[in-house]
Every structure is written in C-alpha cells, then in structure tokens.
Ligand binder design. Structure first.
Ligand code: CLF
Ligand code: SF4
Length: 290
C-alpha cells in the first residue's frame, strides 16, 4: 500500500526525519513558530501551550514574525547543515495564519532545495491547498482523530469556520469532510501525506483501525499514533499505556505504515528529533516510551 513517489520526492522522504525512521539520526528539522491562531478547540488543548496535535504539553513557543523566522533559519542551517526540513507546526494551526505562507515563501526563495513541511488540523485544507502547492510544501501532516462524527464530537468542542461557530456533530461532520477531501486532493496533487492520530482511551481507541483503513484508501504515506496528553477538558482521562499504543499500531500496520519514533516536538524545536529530549519531563518520557 502507499503512494508511488517520483525521484525527487523519494530523496526528500529519505532525508525527512519523521517520514523515514532511518533518517532520524542523520537529518534534522526546524520548526518555525509563526502560527499562533487556531480555528478549532480540541478538548485536550490548553491554548497558551503549543498545538497538542504535534507537540508536547506545558511548553510555549515564542511566536516569530516571518522575517524573524527566516533569520532564525539562516542561522540554524549555517550551524546545522544536516537539517533538511523546514516546518510550521504551530503553536496554533498553520492554515489559520497568513504568516505561514509568507514564511514559506521567504524560506523557499532563500533555500530552494529545502523540504517544506506543515502540520494542520485540516479544517481549511481543501481551500488552502492551492496556496500550499504554490509555496512548494511537499510533506503535509493532518491530524485525524476520528472519521465518525459522533466520536469526533467528543474530541473537538467547536470549530470556527467561515465566520461561524459550529459545535458537536455538526462541527465534526464539517471537519472530517474537509480533512478527508483535503488529504485526497493533496495526495492527488503530489504531496506526501502523514496522518497524526491522538490515541484517547475510551474515546477513539477502538476506532483508530477504521481510520487506518480509510488512510489506506486515500493513499496516505504514514500514520503516527500519538499518546493522549491529558490536559484541558481531557485532564481527567488516562493516557494510553505504551502497550496499548503498540497494540493499536500493530493493528493499523497492515493498512498504513506506522511511525513509531515521534518525539512530540515543540512548535519551535530544531535539530535531530532526539536532540530536544533534554527538555522533556520524566513523566512524559514514560508515556511516549523513550
Ligand atoms: Fe515537524 Fe511534523 Fe513535519 Fe516532522 S515533527 S511538522 S512531520 S518536520 Fe515529527 Fe515531531 Fe513527531 Fe511531528 S517527531 S511531532 S511527527
Ligand atoms: Fe489546540 Fe487543537 Fe488548535 Fe492544535 S488544532 S492548537 S490542539 S485546538
């Protein structure tokens, strides 16, 4: 299963620390925290911290302007030439911030060879796809926590979409449709798509296999099942045990390749994936088993 990739994309993937487990020790990424706004409210999110869909709890990244982000990239790439991926993953949703595209343009003009990567909740994906393609993003992560609106409604409290707030199942239907349509369109346009799924025991644990089957149909390259970070409205839920997470990954593996080396990076992380570990709490290390 999985999409067929051209030569250029195969090279980019082989140098992408998240998409290729063999690349993680050799190649790094830089996250540019230029996107503070978000257009949804996940129940596990505490807004003053980075987006939990691709991040770890209790940290706040300093928001940069696009120009500051370019400056930071220049400095860091000069110091760490093994960084091959420049990504925007928060602290909110990249597609809810125009600065995302301004930043990518600045980076692409300065470093045409670099891989541009982004992580989103997918709500705005269909309508922002032309802009994503225009700026040359080649790897895209969408966080899909449910494809059943009843389940999704337990995970996302509300969405803000085209000037209106939607709640519950109505909100869930809009988001799921946009995520799946957007993923399909992105893959058709040649972007390599990864899906993050937050494993939330008692809410979506039995459902994740259905997501994996859908990702197989859509041609998603790789899936990253991440453990719940129990904060926000989900503060009382138990995160999954490493064994529970492993069982879900094994059940999904026949349908879509599994990423098992995610470090739940900050929105301003850089270097090798393993490098940021110094800032991780003991408790968190146990949850994600590193
Ligand atoms: Fe960043 Fe994400 Fe791109 Fe990687 S992280 S936007 S795909 S360059 Fe990677 Fe970090 Fe896990 Fe994300 S280890 S949190 S999966
Ligand atoms: Fe928070 Fe969800 Fe928005 Fe990420 S997508 S910033 S977790 S509300």
């Amino acid at each position: 299963n999985g999409p067929i990739l051209g030569e250029e994309l195969l090279r980019k993937i082989s140098e992408h620390p998240c998409y290729d487990k063999n690349a993680q020790h050799k190649y790094g990424r830089i996250h540019l925290a230029v996107a503070p706004a978000c257009n949804i409210q996940c129940n596990f999110c505490v807004r003053e911290f980075d987006c939990v869909n691709e991040s770890r709890p209790g940290v706040t990244s300093k928001v940069l302007t696009p120009e500051e982000a370019l400056e930071k990239t220049k400095q860091i790439l000069a110091e760490y030439p093994f960084i091959k991926v420049v990504a925007i993953a928060g602290p909110g949703d990249p597609l809810a911030n125009d600065e995302t595209f301004e930043t990518f343009e600045l980076i692409r003009n300065e470093f045409p060879e670099i891989t541009l990567c982004m992580s989103t909740n997918g709500l705005m994906l269909p309508e922002k796809l032309p802009e994503i393609l225009r700026t040359g993003v080649s790897t895209l992560t969408v966080t899909v926590n449910a494809i059943d609106p009843e389940i999704q409604a337990k995970i996302v409290d509300h969405i803000f979409y085209h000037g209106k707030v939607y709640k519950g199942v109505e909100a869930a239907k809009i988001q799921i449709k946009n995520q799946l349509d957007g993923i399909k369109a992105a893959i058709d346009a040649g972007i390599v798509v990864k899906v993050n799924t937050v494993l939330i025991p008692g809410i979506n644990d039995k459902h994740i296999i259905e997501i994996a089957k859908k990702l197989n149909e859509l041609g998603v390259y790789i899936m990253n099942v991440m453990p719940l970070i129990n904060q926000g409205a989900f503060a009382d839920l138990e995160p999954p045990t490493p064994e529970e997470r492993k069982a879900v990954q094994e059940a999904c593996e026949p349908y879509v390749m599994q990423m098992r080396h995610c470090r739940q990076c900050r929105a301003d992380a850089y270097g090798l994936l393993a490098q940021d570990m110094s800032q991780m709490s003991e408790e968190r290390r146990k949850v994600i088993k590193i």
